[in-house]
Design a protein around this ligand. Sequence first.
Ligand SMILES: [Zn+2]
Length: 259
Amino acid sequence: MITRRHGGRVTSIISREQLLGLNGRHVVTLERGWTMGECSLHPFAIAALEQLRHDARAEGFDLRVVSGFRSFMRQAEIWNAKAAGLRPVFDAQEQPIDTRALSERELVFAILRWSALPGASRHHWGSDMDVVDAAAIPPGYELRLSVDETRDGGPFAPLHRWLGARIASGRAHGFFRPYTGEGCDVAPEPWHLSFAPLAWECQRAFDPAAMRQAHRDVGLALQPVIEDCCEEILGRFFHVPAALYSSVRQPEAMAEVIT
Ligand SMILES: [Zn+2]
C-alpha cells in the first residue's frame, strides 16, 4: 500500500492488490482523443501526460496512448497463451521461436524478453504506457510497436527523437524510458514511457511473496519453474535501476509519499 500524507490527511495512492494488477480501481479511463482505443492510467500520471501532450502538440505531434493499465488477469491470459504455444514467442530479433524445442526454464525466459510476468508488469501500476504519434500514422497502417517504427525512416522516429531529447534534458514532466536495452534484460521498448515519481514508489513497494501467491491462486502456467527462479527473474526483468529514475526530475507532488 502506498499512501500520501497531505495536510494531516492520508490518502491511498495504490493498494497492495492494485500493485499486482488484481483490481483497477486506482486508474481512470482516458479521453478518446488521448488514446488509440480504450486506455486507463493513474490520475497522477494523467496530470503529467497532459503536460507532455501539450508540449508535443506544439511540435506537431499527436502523442497518444496505445496501452496503459493492464490487469493481472489480462497479463496471465497472455502468459498462459504463450506458454501453451497459442501465441507466438519472439527472439531478440523479433522473429518467432519454435517453443517446442525449449525446456520449461528456457521457455520462461524466452517469454520474459517481450512479456512481463503477471503481477510484475509495470502496466499494472497505471504509471506506465505505450505511446505513438497519431499524426504520423499513414492511412490503413497496422500498428506493431516495433523498434523499426521508432528508428530513422519509421513513422514515429521524429516523436522519439523529440522524446529522447526531452527526457535527457529533464523536461519530460517526470516521464522516462525504463526499457532501453540497458540495466535489465527486457528487450528495448522506446515506446514504453513511465511516470517516474509514481513508478519508483510502486517498484519499491513491490512484494514478491504476494505475487507468487497470486500465481498459485490462478494456477499460472509454468508456476513451479517461476517459483524456482523467481529471484533471477525479478533481478533480470523487473528491477529497473534507480539511476534511470533519477535521470528525470522528481516533481514536488510526490515528495510526501510514504510507504
Ligand atoms: Zn509497455
